[in-house]
Design a protein around this ligand. Structure first.
Ligand code: LAN
Length: 665
């Protein structure tokens, strides 16, 4: 499965609110057919139709029950992609929407796209004032303090909102038809838009807008109706534009993620004068640069063509794959594979923005690794740490290190600097930046569908990875910043201990779910020097053993992430249980790291992994393994190969027959 250039690629789909953004933006600019040629259109239709559910709706992600968020956006995408309103799929979709009040009850992010398309009126949109950027930087609620994904999505939104940009829907047959299809019996021209600013269907209301935020939105609505102060609006829109341009250049027109990408595509066209001169705007340099990077987000799989959650998960998958091979003791046996992976990882270390770009709230990023590629230029604490671990482990093999690219020691020291500087005051590590705000910012969460998006929190996963990487580095370079590293790991361990729940588990924020969190919690404490016999680790062992299924595996439902309570996955597809290989592997990795003495539990887990392996060597794709913002599932297709392999490797080296365990299976 390794690609020619040394990385592993996989389908990084799952969320259902990304493809519609791309379709709508491309459609508005009149470039739909060039951006998505006919074969793409067919594959997009296939994807949309494949994921429509029996109730006629679409979920917010592929394993979610239908929501208005998913349904309204995907319905629109299906229509713009060329499916007729009379098609049974569309009829079913309309039925679902109508049962939930029509598009007036879609959440705010869906309404925003509808407003751009001219099939919802701006009067019914909660304000996104660009003036927020003009607040003094010391001000607690300055958007520069928000989690970067939140900030970078509301950035293009505020610019489009201030312009009240809208497509001329009445002149376009499909958009014009949508004006009635989306609202059932209600006549578009008679809809009281202002009354629906806060309307949202119950099924979508995961994190209801807090009364404080509602009040703020109502005050801002009055400001908008009175007419904003023009000078200030001009200056703030100018800043937003400059900021977006900087982001385009820093990320090679990928932008930080798929939502901002679709908005930037549209903004670059509008800013080039697209409303008056569509052809010239479509030929503009910025728009063309954006079009050129659309394919970076696309993926074709057995379910059709989708927009991925990112421009791929290459660095993440490659880092884990390497570590699994290393732990299996198979670097020599797979020398060429490892050489290729080494070359790719070395090439993908971020070398740019060494001093940050503080005008646009960017910290220094030199020495980091991103989740996907270096050119995307948004490295993360834990993607850096896992890639760093892989590189440190491979460089011990002179045969690997001496071929292909070389990695000077200074570049490794840059990674240490990166990791040390990303530690927060609470001892933990957040994702892309240091924590810049407070938990109470969640009162201002303007999205009804996502939880915990306002600031970059410290996470067990990120912290554990960062600590592990620095510990391995110190073994190889005992003289470089050793005392700082030691102190940092110590503080990290305290953070991890503080995050442990009463039942002994850790809540995983980026993987599904407690099994994932537990693996990181245990490994983090161990590199900090805690004994496997310590109370924290033993409590976690007890928790995991208590969740083992009768067939020897572990299996968690996505509800764990959504409700923050452990939820066992139901029996599926004629299996004996809801066990999944990825979650079984995580639990086993944690238990074996903790030197669990219940060897029969481990043997039964290992037997399940072996039993489920297919004759091709692959494992079948099972339930969704990733999550973000508490509510959205995201697919990691590489995990089903990497983690079972890794767990088997650990079993073989630490528990295998030579250690007195029975060979399972
Ligand atoms: C990711 C993907 C990787 C993930 C890990 C590295 C696994 C995690 O440990 C840290 C956070 C990070 C980097 C992460 C953050 C949120 C992302 C970028 C995503 C889940 C991929 C898609 C998601 C992004 C927010 C999707 C766009 C949607 C919006 C609501 C803006």
């Amino acid at each position: 499965l390794q690609c020619e250039d040394g990385h592993w690629a996989g389908d990084y789909g799952g969320p259902h609110f990304l493809l519609p953004g791309f379709v709508i933006a491309a459609y508005i600019t009149g470039n739909f057919k060039t951006i998505f040629p006919e074969a793409h259109q067919k594959a997009i239709q296939a994807y949309l139709l494949n994921h429509q559910q029996q109730d006629g709706g679409w979920g917010s992600h592929i394993e979610s029950p239908s929501t208005m968020f998913g349904t309204v956006l995907n319905y629109v995408a299906l229509r713009l992609a060329g499916v007729d309103a009379d098609d049974p799929a569309c009829k079913e979709g309309r039925k679902f929407m109508q049962e939930h009040g029509g598009a007036l009850y879609a959440p705010s992010w869906a309404k925003f796209w509808l407003a751009c398309l001219g099939v919802y009126e701006w009067d019914g949109i909660a304000p996104v004032p660009p003036e927020m950027w003009m607040l003094p930087s010391w001000f607690p609620l300055h958007p520069g303090r928000f989690w970067c994904h939140c900030r970078m999505v509301y950035l293009p939104m505020c610019w489009l909102y201030a312009r009240r940009f809208t497509f001329n829907a009445s002149q376009d047959p499909v958009a014009n038809a949508l004006r009635s299809e989306l609202y059932g019996a209600e006549k578009y021209s008679e809809i009281p838009w202002r009354k629906h600013v806060h309307s949202v269907a119950e099924i979508d209301n995961y994190s209801p807008i807090h009364p404080v935020m509602r009040l703020l939105q109502d005050v801002l609505l009055i400001y908008e109706r009175l007419g904003p102060w023009q000078w200030l609006r001009r200056v703030s829109c100018g800043f937003a534009m400059e900021y977006m341009h900087a982001e385009d250049l820093e990320t090679n027109y990928l932008t930080i993620g798929p939502v901002s990408k679709a908005f930037h595509l549209l903004v670059s066209w509008v800013a080039a004068g697209g409303e008056k001169k569509p052809t010239e705007a479509s030929e503009s340099k910025a728009f063309q640069a954006h079009v050129a990077r659309v394919p970076a987000y696309l993926w074709v799989a057995e379910d059709g063509m989708k927009v991925q959650g990112y421009n791929g998960s290459m660095a993440w998958d490659t880092s884990f794959a390497v570590q699994a091979v290393v732990e299996a003791g198979m670097v020599d046996a797979f020398e060429d594979v490892d050489q290729q992976a080494w070359g790719w990882l070395v090439k993908e270390q971020v070398r740019c923005l060494p001093n940050g770009d503080w005008r646009h709230f960017r910290q220094p990023i030199r020495g980091g690794w991103g989740f996907s590629t270096a050119e995307q230029a948004w490295p993360v604490s834990d993607t850096t740490a896992e890639a760093f671990k892989a590189v440190l482990q491979l460089r011990k093999f002179s045969k690997i290190r001496s071929t292909g690219r070389t990695m000077p020691d200074e570049h490794l020291c840059d990674s240490v600097q990166f990791l040390l500087s990303y530690q927060n005051n609470d001892g933990g590590w957040a994702t892309y930046e240091n924590n810049r705000g407070w938990k109470w910012y969640e009162l201002m969460n303007p999205s009804e569908v996502f939880g915990d998006i306002m600031i970059d929190y410290s996470y067990v996963e990120c912290s554990s990875s960062a600590m592990q990487a620095m510990a391995i580095f110190s073994e190889q370079f005992p003289d470089h910043r050793a005392a700082e590293i030691r102190r940092s790991i110590k503080r990290g361990a305290r953070f991890i201990e503080a995050m442990q729940r009463d039942d002994g588990s850790w809540f995983g924020c980026w993987g599904n779910c407690f099994t994932y969190g537990c693996w990181f919690g245990v490994e983090g404490l161990l590199v900090a020097g805690r004994k496997t016999t310590c109370r924290a680790i033993q409590r976690c062992v007890k928790f995991l053993l208590g969740k083992q299924n009768a067939d020897g595996g572990w299996g968690e439902d996505f509800a764990s992430c959504f409700n923050r309570e452990y939820a066992a996955r139901e029996k599926l597809y004629g299996c004996d249980s809801g066990s999944s290989v990825v979650q079984t592997a995580w639990a086993l990795l944690a238990l074996m790291a903790a030197d669990c003495k219940e060897s029969s539990a481990i043997e039964r887990g290992v037997a399940l992994l072996m039993k489920r392996q297919l004759s091709s060597g692959d494992w079948a794709q099972e339930n969704i393994a990733g999550v973000f913002n508490r509510s959205i599932g995201i697919t990691y297709t590489a995990f089903r190969n990497v983690f079972p392999l890794w767990a088997l490797a650990r079993f073989h080296t630490h528990y295998g027959p030579q250690h007195g365990c029975k060979r399972p299976g």
